[in-house]
Design a protein around this ligand. Structure first.
Ligand SMILES: *Cc1c(COP(=O)(O)O)cnc(C)c1O
Length: 444
C-alpha cells in the first residue's frame, strides 16, 4: 500500500471493480484458500431473496444459503428491521455484569424449542467457539467430579465440527487435515462412520464398534461428540436415527456425556426443527449456530442440562471458564430472535418438504451418470457425490454462467437453498447441477 510521506493513509478514492478484485487477490485470505494462486472470486454488490447480485450486474440464484445460514434468503424485511431497531437502541455492551432483553428472550426461546433437559445457555460468537465451549463444559463436568483422567473425546468418522484446535481434533481424520497438524492436535478416539444410511434398517452390528470403543475407553472419555443424523462438511452423509438412539443409550450406560453438534442441522434443514428429534433423543450438551441468525450475523449457542451446569458450578473452579468479548452481542441476539420467530411463524415444514421433493425430482436422474457415485436427499439438502473430485475453477465458472451459485468441494456437489426458494428457481439449480456433473471437463 502506498502511504503519503507523513504516513497518513491514501485518500478514500473508490476502487474500480478490477482494482477491488486485484487487491482482494493480493491481500485477503478466503476460506481454505492459497495466497499464491487462489481460485477466482466474484464480487457481490447486494443480495435479496434467493438472488446474489454481482458487481457486473449478473444475478445468481443461491443454492448454498451462505453455508446453511440464510434460511429466509437475503434482506428479509423482518430481519432488517430487527437489526435496525437494535442498532438504534444499542449495538453492543459487554456481557460481564450486564444483561439485555435480546439475550434473555433468545435464551428463553431456545430453551423452549430444544429438547426439554437443555435449560442453560452459553452464547458464543461462532460455531467453532460453541464447540470449544461444549468440550470445555464436558471437561469441567468431570473435573468437578474429581475425575481428572477424562481428557479424551469419542467421535465418529466423517464428522465436521469447526476449525479451531479442539474442534479440528474431532473432525474426520482424513478430510479434516489431521496429518497436517500431527503432534499439535489432541488424539481422540474414532469410531467408524455412523450407519446405516438414512432410511435403511439399523441393526446392532452398525453400532458394535462404537459400543466397543466407548466401553474400552470409558474411563478416559469426557464426552461423545457427533452431528445428529446429517454429517455436514465432513462428507455430507445422512444416517439412521436409530444409530443416534443407540449412541444415547450407550452414553447413558457408560455415564459418558453426549454432545450433539446441530450447528448445520438446526432450525429445520433436515425436515425436523432439530435433527435430534428424528431419534427423539436429548443430548447433555447441544451446539447451535449457522441458521440461528438467519445468516445475518455471527452467533452460536451451547446449551446444557441442569445436571451438567450444576455439576460444573459445584466443582472446585465453580465457574465456566469462558467469556468472549462479544458474548451475546445484542445485534446478533435481536436478529436471531426475529429469525427464529419468523421461522416458527412460517410454513417451514411444507417448504422444506417441497424443496425435498424438488431436489429428488431434479437430482435423482443424475444417479445414472458414469461420473456420479451417489445421489442423496434429506429435507432441504441435496447431494450428488461424484466418482472423481471436481475441477473447482471449471465447475464454478460453469455454475456462474448458468446463473446459479453452487460451491462444491472434493467429490461433493450439493444444494441447500434458502427455504423461501420458488419452484422455478429450485429447478434452475437442480438443472445446472445435473448438467455440471454430466460434463467430463468438470473433473480433475
Ligand atoms: C460450520 C460448522 C461448525 C463451525 O462453525 P463456524 O461458525 O464456521 O465456526 C461446527 N460444526 C458444524 C456441524 C458445522 O457445520
Amino acid at each position: 500500500m502506498t502511504h503519503s510521506p507523513d504516513g497518513s493513509p491514501p485518500p478514500p478514492v473508490p476502487m474500480t471493480d478490477r482494482e477491488l478484485i486485484a487487491y482482494d487477490r493480493a491481500h485477503i485470505w478466503h476460506p481454505y484458500a492459497s495466497m499464491a494462486d487462489p481460485l477466482p472470486v466474484h464480487a457481490v454488490a447486494s443480495a435479496s431473496g434467493v438472488r446474489l447480485r454481482l458487481h457486473d450486474g449478473r444475478e445468481l440464484v443461491d443454492g448454498m444459503a451462505s453455508w446453511w445460514a440464510a434460511i429466509h434468503g437475503y434482506g428479509h424485511p423482518v430481519l432488517v428491521r430487527a437489526l435496525h431497531e437494535q442498532a438504534q437502541a444499542m449495538a453492543h455492551v459487554m456481557f460481564g455484569g450486564l444483561t439485555h432483553r435480546p439475550a434473555v428472550e433468545l435464551a428463553r426461546l431456545l430453551v423452549e424449542l430444544t429438547p426439554a433437559p437443555l435449560t442453560r445457555v452459553f452464547f458464543a460468537d461462532s460455531g467453532s467457539v460453541a464447540v470449544e465451549v461444549a468440550i470445555k463444559m464436558a471437561h469441567q463436568y468431570w473435573l468437578s467430579r474429581g475425575e481428572t483422567g477424562r481428557t479424551r473425546l469419542l467421535t465418529v468418522r466423517g464428522g465436521y465440527h469447526g476449525d479451531t484446535f479442539q474442534a479440528m481434533s474431532v473432525c474426520d481424520p482424513v478430510t479434516g487435515m489431521h496429518q497436517a497438524f500431527e503432534g499439535v492436535l489432541a488424539r481422540q478416539v474414532f469410531a467408524p462412520a455412523p450407519g446405516p444410511a438414512f432410511g435403511q434398517p439399523w441393526a446392532e452390528a452398525h453400532s458394535a464398534e462404537f459400543a466397543r470403543l466407548l466401553r474400552a475407553h470409558r474411563h478416559e472419555l469426557a464426552a461423545v461428540i457427533l452431528e445428529p443424523v446429517v454429517q455436514g462438511a465432513g462428507g455430507m452423509r445422512f444416517y439412521s436415527p436409530d444409530y443416534l438412539r443407540r449412541v444415547r443409550e450407550l452414553c447413558d450406560e457408560t455415564g459418558v456425556l453426549l454432545i450433539a453438534d446441530e450447528i448445520a442441522t438446526g432450525f429445520g434443514r433436515t425436515g425436523r426443527l432439530f435433527a435430534c428429534q428424528w431419534a427423539d433423543v436429548a443430548p447433555d450438551i447441544l451446539c447451535l449456530g449457522k441458521a440461528l441468525t438467519g445468516g445475518t450475523m455471527t452467533l452460536a449457542a451451547t446449551l446444557a442440562t441442569d445436571h451438567v451446569a450444576e455439576t460444573i458450578s459445584q466443582g472446585r473452579l465453580g465457574t465456566l471458564m469462558h467469556g468472549p468479548t462479544f458474548m451475546a452481542n445484542p445485534l446478533a441476539c435481536a436478529v436471531a430472535l426475529a429469525s427464529v420467530r419468523l421461522l416458527l411463524d412460517s410454513p417451514w415444514q411444507q417448504r422444506v418438504a417441497a424443496i425435498e421433493a424438488g431436489l429428488r425430482r431434479g437430482l435423482e436422474p443424475c444417479a445414472g451418470l458414469g461420473t456420479v457415485a451417489d445421489v442423496r436427499v434429506l429435507g432441504a439438502i441435496g447431494v450428488v457425490e461424484t466418482t472423481r473430485p471436481v475441477n473447482m475453477a471449471a465447475i464454478q465458472d460453469f455454475f456462474v454462467s448458468r446463473g446459479v451459485w453452487v460451491r462444491p468441494f472434493g467429490r461433493l456437489v450439493y444444494l441447500m437453498p434458502p427455504y423461501c426458494i420458488a419452484p422455478a428457481d429450485l429447478d434452475l439449480l437442480t438443472a445446472a447441477l445435473a448438467e455440471a456433473v454430466a460434463r467430463k471437463e468438470h473433473f480433475a
